[in-house]
Design a protein around this ligand. Structure first.
Ligand code: ASP
Length: 296
């Protein structure tokens, strides 16, 4: 079976000078995930590998480069899900790890739980051998400046900024199994303790070999209200292909909750879909001939 892969690097109004880095980062993540798949790796291996590349890239709001919350701290959310078993691992409001997606996979593999948060997630990751760094290693000058400017601005104006650089990957492997992973620093200037859609099963991600797999990005408070990834998978379970499901899920997001965001999808036949109602969404997908097509 020919594998399939798509990654995203967030849906928002990507400024012109950031378009190229966003596309290049997605391209290199897709390349890494694809190499894992063609070497016979599982869909889970591929989505974890692709998302780690995006977490390492300070362009995105995930891992290094994550946005700061109102206290000036980084709190990250991530999820990984296996479409063959529906097994899921997730972390929320985790600090000081560079690869929240790998911490999420460890939760899936080595705990009885689906989701660990905050200090408990960090200490579990540490026990599992995940390197834990001082926060300063994850903070970029760009985000620090943005946060300082927000502190100096009148109270309401800072919260209006909309930048959604969450990352995600969806894959189908040679055995036909699906997997998904999503990782984020959340929304800029969020309240400490805020958890968005990204680590929530069905909202930030969903994968089921019997229907399809999806990763979402955008305004989390709206995405979670329509459980967007499960909604898209339910459409595929009823026979819709990936692109139709993507379009319908984004339409519902806008019409039902006035939400903003984007989604990437692979259906059970390996078909790829993506849609967004934001001005842009960075993505890269591998075409049937192995070429990578990327855009914003
Ligand atoms: N969905 C993420 C959140 O609300 C943000 C994003 O997609 O960039 O936490």
């Amino acid at each position: 079976m020919t594998p399939s892969l798509i990654v995203h690097g967030g849906a928002w109004s990507i400024p012109p000078h950031e378009v190229e880095p966003h596309i290049n980062g997605c391209r290199s993540a897709a390349q890494t995930g694809w190499e894992a798949l063609i070497k016979g790796g599982s869909a889970l291996d591929a989505v974890e590998a692709a998302v780690r590349v995006l977490e390492d890239d300070p362009t995105y709001d995930a891992g290094r480069g994550s946005v700061l919350n109102a206290d000036g701290d980084i709190e990250m959310d991530a999820i990984i899900m296996d479409g063959a078993t529906l097994n899921t691992g997730a972390v929320a409001a985790i600090q000081r790890v560079q690869h929240p997606v790998s911490a999420a996979r460890l939760v899936m593999r080595h705990s009885e739980h689906n989701l660990l948060v905050g200090a408990g997630a960090e200490s579990f990751a540490r026990r599992m051998g995940v390197p834990v760094y001082p926060q300063v290693n994850l903070v970029t000058e760009r985000e620090l400046e943005k946060w300082r400017a927000a502190q100096a601005a009148p109270p309401d104006s800072a919260r209006k900024e909309f930048s959604h650089d969450t990352v995600g990957a969806v894959a189908r492997d040679a055995d036909g199994h699906l997997a998904v992973a999503t990782s984020t620093g959340g929304t800029f200037n969020k309240l400490p303790g805020r958890v968005g859609d990204s680590p929530l099963i069905g909202s930030g991600a969903y994968a089921d070999d019997l229907s399809g797999a999806a990763s979402a990005t955008g305004w989390g408070e709206s995405l979670m209200k329509i459980v967007i990834c499960k909604t898209a998978c339910d459409l595929m379970a009823r026979g819709h292909d990936a692109q139709t499901a993507a379009d319908a899920a984004i339409k519902q997001l806008g019409e039902r909750v006035n939400g903003l965001g984007g989604i990437i999808i692979i259906d059970g036949r390996g078909g790829i879909g993506h849609a967004h109602n934001t001005p842009g969404m960075a993505y890269a997908k591998v075409l049937p001939d192995g070429q990578i097509s990327a855009g914003c």
